[in-house]
Design a protein. Structure first.
Length: 266
């Protein structure tokens, strides 16, 4: 359960900014971070859900604040992260978790649907990380992290927008990690497989190695606190996607059309 003992004497993070925190993996991760003594800023579009979660965290003895934010509005993201960095005395964790998916073949997608996936999953996530980077570089410490997906490890049929948006995010994280290697700022890429959340509820396709959201949150927060540059879970999905990723293109071209459209992630 996530309702464990609150207020560790020495929290790993003093203050964290978490996007997509009104539901799913973002909410569960924010709740768990708060239980470890972190002051958490929960950012998402839905004010009512945010306020409910802030009250729930505070009722358990945690520290939480709400920030109504659409990460697709990158100017608003930059303002929000800067403001909360000042207000909290310095964010030492920025977690770009907000994400959306469209599980359909590309020929059935409307352009605005495709554009919205990249606006949230790629541009919005990168804006969140970039906004937290400057103050952390000035302080010479901090953790920038994003929840990408195993779906970004190869272009999956019926998941073109989602797979590509997450692959772009992972590539940016890899470059950022190299560029900031000597600065004291850590850059982490967290790639979950299927997680039971509102995003995956009602999916018609199979979801192998499906995780409950509480389990996924524990794995996510453990990776954050240990500072692992790359975390892929669960193990079975990691193995499966590693095999798929390294299949020769000639084999993948024959195999991919036979697969049903999966959307792995939150």
């Amino acid at each position: 359960m996530l309702d464990g003992c609150y207020a560790l004497s020495m929290p790993v993070f003093h203050a964290a900014f978490v996007t997509g925190a009104s539901s799913g993996l973002g909410r569960a991760s924010a709740r768990l971070l708060a239980s470890h003594g972190t002051r958490v800023v929960l950012a998402a579009r839905r004010a009512v859900e945010l306020d409910d979660e802030v009250r729930a965290i505070r009722a358990r003895g945690g520290q939480a604040e709400a920030c109504v934010l659409d990460v697709a509005d990158t100017a608003a993201v930059r303002r929000a992260v800067a403001a909360w960095d000042r207000r909290t005395g310095g964010l030492d964790l920025v977690l770009a978790n907000a994400g959306i998916g469209r599980a359909r073949p590309v020929q059935t997608l409307e352009w605005d649907e495709l554009e919205s996936v990249f606006a949230v999953n790629t541009t919005g996530a990168i804006a969140t990380l970039w906004s937290g980077m400057g103050p952390m570089l000035e302080r010479g410490r901090g953790t920038l992290a994003a929840v990408s997906s195993v779906a970004g490890m190869r272009g999956l049929p019926g998941s073109g927008s989602y797979s590509a948006s997450k692959a772009a995010l992972s590539t940016f994280l890899e470059t950022m990690r190299a560029d900031l290697a000597q600065t004291g700022v850590r850059v982490l890429d967290i790639r979950p497989g299927f997680v039971r959340t509102p995003m995956t509820d009602g999916a018609a396709h199979a979801m192998p190695f499906l995780l409950e959201v509480e389990d996924a949150a524990r794995r996510c927060v453990r990776a954050l606190e240990r500072g692992r540059p790359l975390t892929v879970f669960p193990f079975g999905m990691n193995v499966a996607m590693t095999v798929v990723r390294h299949l020769p293109d000639a084999i993948w071209r024959r195999l991919a059309p036979r697969l049903r459209p999966p959307v792995a992630g939150r």
